[in-house]
Design a protein around this ligand. Structure first.
Ligand code: GLC
Length: 757
């Protein structure tokens, strides 16, 4: 039988089972299957060959049994139970009906137990064999979500007590996707619901429960023979990062705020004078006139265009912040136009809602509609004409300082594409996403280059539009360490272009912290140093010569690996692989890797083990099976064991796997400074093959096949280098062969040649 949808019915209730592939199946409970309000799923469902008998669907990769009560049981082809429902509740309860219009006060008025009852749409899945649960986007705490309860409700965490803390459930971003796994098996569940959702991994029950405050019970089961395959399948379903500009993978310098032209140019000069390779400088909110978005304070930034020209001459790109809150002020064009065209979110009485953000009284564009998104996108034209290169979207949870919940009331509403009212409680978690869509699409029309958009708030699918940073952390050691699992879980949730504020945002940092954080941050996919107003400065030179030397060393290391990173991004843009990966991503059959939160893989072959504590110069490191080499000394280590490693303040433990083929760049101050020159580093011992991708790093010309691909094959004592695609000029390449501590270089190699090594 070849269909894509199967319908099951019991006592007037219906379950639709819809196939997206042999491994991705949607389960929708309700009268009529319908499209989701979220913008997450972009894969089209398709007919899949299955056999169906007695409520048992036999597929190519999985078998599905639907019970009389419409419970789902999923098996792999060996008959092992993968996922099994215990209970499914998908009708709105009386309790919810009564409370539904009063949700704004729920946090304040209901007890914990009562609060739990509000989540009326509920599924309980049996905890069968899983040893780890991962994903759920941006969550602080150890990487394994087992024994934890968490919620999804996009929240401006700053001012929440405590911030960036494992007891804080709701973060800026909500991705209701999790992975369950053990040494042999893996699957994912994506709950396509934009209401407040909650996930309980054996904290309040013996099983796994997910719930929502409303909407449909509409989820996707995602199978895969391992975690990596599950992530790839989830990425197929919801999309991948677009290949970023290469310069936006460089080092980025930010502060709230660089206050005027002189300060911005001073920062630019200091970055160059101090020999810190760097590509991007940011303007935080103070560049605007009275915090009015799309304006520039012409006193402090008198000749804005001249400033951007100067920055561009020096090789810098400029990003400016744009918040969604539009200042309520008659005569301010953006506000007047939004008001007149009815583009702003309204309250329960149908009046434009007024909240408070940086400009004081502010209203919020309703990005749910395309028309509003297009208007917003077009507003960026002025900034781009002034030489701005990228946009930073902040406060888009959406943050509102006038309420206790820190967001606009749940009774405010937005209007969807069909003119239907959607209460904030339904679409709240999508606000940052649709702002990202508006900004990305707008920039794409205005610029010839690939847009760069950075967001604080996101939902499933936002990875297709915006890079993400994890918001307001603090300059404390715990947040340095905590960033690792936060970014790893984001990567497993299909979000690979991510980073945290290097040096920490709130509070005053110090030199030692900045040195260690820059060592780690050099391997963040998105690498930006940022700090709050009134804190002490934390640019690389702020803490004296020693710290400057260390930060320079690691930022240079990032630039030496920038083409390697770019290639990881290319892979991510094609199949969705994270850049920063937990060890179990490649060593799933080793359960020792399941709970490691202070080490990670950068791609497949480079292992990073940062020092995450103060005054600490020694740490334990787990090396998975195989042979590993110290990146700096070439010292050889046998894996599948813990080692103790010393690491003085200027040392970061990095290991390279035997067989690795790594593309490195020769020194540069910034991307585009000169024609790039490369080194291919080989660590013989294991056979391996890699394909390296090269393009202009800037435009969409790669979509017209203007790129080159070089294949490198390592086989015992031979290296074969071949052109696969040759549509973009690649600079000179040296070959560097590492045999433990011995290094041998072959200068300027020819492509399409085999070298004996
Ligand atoms: C928010 C952002 C922070 C920014 C500040 C001022 O707190 O998270 O990065 O500097 O607003 O715009």
């Amino acid at each position: 039988m070849q269909k894509n949808i199967y319908v099951f019915e019991n006592k007037g209730k219906k379950l639709y089972v819809e196939f997206y592939s042999d491994e991705i199946v949607r389960f929708f409970y309700g009268d009529k299957i319908k499209e989701s309000i979220t913008d997450a799923v972009i894969l089209k469902s398709k007919s899949v060959v299955v056999e169906m008998k007695d409520n048992f669907i036999k597929g190519k990769k999985i078998d599905i049994k639907i019970t009389d009560d419409l419970l789902v049981k999923i098996f792999d082809k060996s008959g092992n139970m993968i996922l099994e429902d215990i209970a499914v509740e998908f009708s709105v309860t009386e309790f919810q009906k009564n409370k539904v219009n009063d949700l704004e006060n729920i946090e304040n008025t209901l007890s914990g137990e009562e609060k739990k009852k509000v989540f009326a749409i509920e599924v309980e899945k049996k905890l069968n064999w899983e040893k780890g649960f991962y994903g759920l986007g941006e969550k602080y705490g150890y990487i394994n979500l087992m024994d934890r309860y968490t919620e999804n409700w996009n929240t401006d965490v700053l001012g929440m007590s405590p911030i960036h803390h494992s007891a804080q459930n709701a973060y800026h971003t909500s991705i209701p996707f999790y992975i369950g796994m053990n040494e042999e098996k893996a699957y994912g569940v994506y709950y396509d619901n934009s209401y407040r959702t909650s996930f309980d991994f054996k904290k309040y029950s013996d099983n796994v429960k997910f719930k929502a405050e409303g909407g449909d019970l509409d989820y996707y089961f995602i199978y895969g023979e391992n975690v990596a395959k599950v992530v790839e399948n989830y990425s197929q379903l919801t999309g991948t990062v677009k290949l970023p500009r290469k310069d936006f993978l460089g080092y980025q310098q930010c502060r709230w705020s660089y206050m005027d032209t002189a300060e911005v140019l001073d920062i630019a000069n200091k970055l160059r004078e101090n020999d810190i390779p760097s590509d991007v400088i940011y303007l935080d909110i103070d560049y605007m006139q009275d915090y009015k978005v799309f304006t520039v304070d012409s006193k402090r930034f008198k000749e804005f265009k001249k400033m951007t020209e100067k920055l561009h001459e020096m090789g810098f790109k400029l990003v400016v912040i744009i918040d969604p809150g539009v200042k309520v002020e008659k005569g301010y064009e953006v506000y007047d136009e939004a008001k007149e065209k009815d583009y702003l979110i309204k309250d329960e009485n149908g009046e434009v809602y007024v909240g408070k953000v940086w400009p004081g009284d502010s209203s919020f564009p309703d990005y749910l509609r395309k028309e509003v998104r297009e208007w917003w996108g077009e507003l960026h034209r002025g900034l781009i004409d002034l030489g701005v290169d990228g946009i930073w979207n902040d406060m888009n949870e959406v943050s509102d300082m006038s309420t206790t919940t820190k967001t606009i009331p749940e009774t405010t509403y937005q209007i969807d594409e069909n003119g239907e009212k959607r209460l904030q409680k339904e679409v709240h978690n999508l606000y940052g996403h649709y702002e990202g869509v508006a900004t990305y699409e707008g920039l794409k029309k205005i610029q010839n280059t690939r847009p760069f958009v950075l967001t604080r708030s996101a939902s499933a699918g936002t990875q297709r539009f915006s890079a993400l940073w994890t918001g307001d952390n603090s300059s404390v050691w715990e947040h340095l360490e905590g960033s690792i699992s936060m970014l790893l879980n984001l990567g497993l949730s299909g979000y690979s272009y991510v980073g945290s504020d290097i040096g920490g945002f709130i509070e005053d940092g110090n030199g030692e912290l900045l040195a260690r954080w820059t060592q780690l941050g050099a391997f963040y996919p998105f690498c930006r140093n940022h700090s709050v107003m009134n804190s002490i400065y934390q640019e690389p030179w702020a803490f004296g010569e020693e710290i400057l030397h260390i930060t320079r060393k690691y930022i240079k290391l990032r630039y030496s690996l920038i083409s390697h990173l770019y290639n990881l991004f290319r892979e991510s843009s094609v199949i969705g692989t994270p850049i920063m990966r937990p060890l179990f991503y490649h060593y799933q059959n080793d359960s020792k890797t399941f709970n490691i939160t202070d080490q990670f893989l950068f791609g497949e072959d480079i292992l990073i083990a940062p020092i995450t504590r103060p005054k600490t110069e020694t740490r334990m490191i787990y090396l998975p099976v195989g042979v590993w080499y110290d990146y700096f000394t070439g010292e050889k280590y046998q894996g599948e064991k813990h080692i103790i490693k010393d690491a003085k303040l200027d040392e970061l433990p990095i290991f390279v796997k035997e067989g690795a083929i790594i593309l490195k760049n020769k020194e540069m101050n910034y991307i585009g400074e000169k024609k790039e020159e490369y080194e291919i580093h080989i660590y013989p011992g294991q056979s391996n093959e890699k394909e390296f991708y090269f393009d202009d790093g800037l435009t969409f010309n790669y979509e017209k096949e203007e790129y080159s691909l070089i294949n490198v094959k390592l086989n015992e004592d031979k290296i074969e280098i071949k052109n696969v695609v040759e549509n973009y000029g690649v600079g000179d390449i040296d070959l560097v062969i590492h045999r433990g501590k011995k290094i041998n270089t072959i200068k300027n190699i020819s492509i399409d040649k085999t070298y004996s090594i």
